[in-house]
Ligand binder design. Sequence first.
Ligand SMILES: [Zn+2]
Length: 454
Amino acid sequence: MLSISILSKLLSLDETIFEENISDIVTEKGYCIFLKVKRKGSFCPDCGNTDSKIKDWQKRILKHSLLYGKDTYIYVKIPRYICKECGKTFEQPCSLFPKYSKISMKTVVDVLKELMEWTSTFESVGKHLRLSNTAVQNIFDKYVNPRRKRLPEILSLDEAYENGEFNEPYMVVLFDFMNGKIVDVIEDRSKYNLSKYFNKVERTERLNVKYVLIDMWEPYVDVASTFFPNASILVDSFHVMQNIYRALQKVRCRIMKRFEDDAKSEQYYLLKKYNYLLTTNPQIGAEKEYNYKFKAYFNEYQLQQKLLEIDPELKIIYNFWANYHHFNKSLNNQNLSETFDMIVMDPTIITVPEFIPVIQMLQTWKEFILRSFTVINERRLSNGPIEGLNSQLKKLMKVANGWANFERFRAKLMFCYNKEFSLTPVKNKIRKLKTKKRGKYQKNRQNQLDSDGN
Ligand SMILES: [Zn+2]
């Protein structure tokens, strides 16, 4: 027979809430536990009166995840009272299971913990914990509905490409630079939509925002200057480097095409295999390694020199990259503006067609870029901390089938990233609206009872 102390450990519950006589049995259905909740009296939820008498014992069957590798059911008896004041009948609250639920609290917590993994789906969690997809999904919808957090002093707007999963191609992640948490996720980055979003936020809250980090997307500037009048707007340096990097790769590919017919040529080999040397700074004296293609010992610096000799354009773009890269890292530069101009106005770089838009972009966004050298608490303001998010997002997109609706996707994203949940169920209007229309309260409550089970 199961002892009360073992059971309370298994269910992560205080043992004093149960009567001593617990029994358990293994049947065809699975592992069944029978227990009775101790009477402790309760106040009336309607009138608050503490004077009530016991009416009867409510019997409930709860689904519990696995115990000893078996499907587990808990048969529990709970005291039900009748209020002497108003006559209302009510059940004694019990921490074994959430209100109106047919699933134990411990199971709910297990489900939520597993759903917090980036790659988990309703299906995978259900399979593991022996619950139906719908039951897992219901738990998710009931407990995971992260609200927008208060706008922080340093707000990052970072966009993520949605890969055609939802209606809009780009969603925007609002991020708190200081505490590293996602503030909210917005489905669409259009000016109209962002304005509509920020318009709903209290002005006093918006005035508190001191810095807004953005990508080079014109509407962000409009929106940020309208809604955050006290904020300094700056362009994230990571995105600048990314633009330079992309242009550089385009040039490399264009040059590489010339050697495509001779895929065994040294040029093709270097451009293909050592492309990373166009965006690295190898040491002259670095250690040499045997190279099978050239049948000789070379270090990365020497290979880079060979690579750059293939075409004068490669030298130009490499120098540009190296100069800008160095500039981007120099936080103590007193002459940011002059150094920036010197690099950007270099007459050779605009002879490379792929770099013309990059130079134009750098000139257009100059003041926003220079502001990105701001350091707060010894950290440069950047979207760097969120970039790790992009790879996680891709993982999430891969299993996106289960998150097909954006609201659910947003909830999952914030849940997995911020790792926060509360066991107080939340009403989720948006997700509910998209499903069936509900009837009146009583009916609603019955629906909930029905759908919690399985
Ligand atoms: Zn009452």
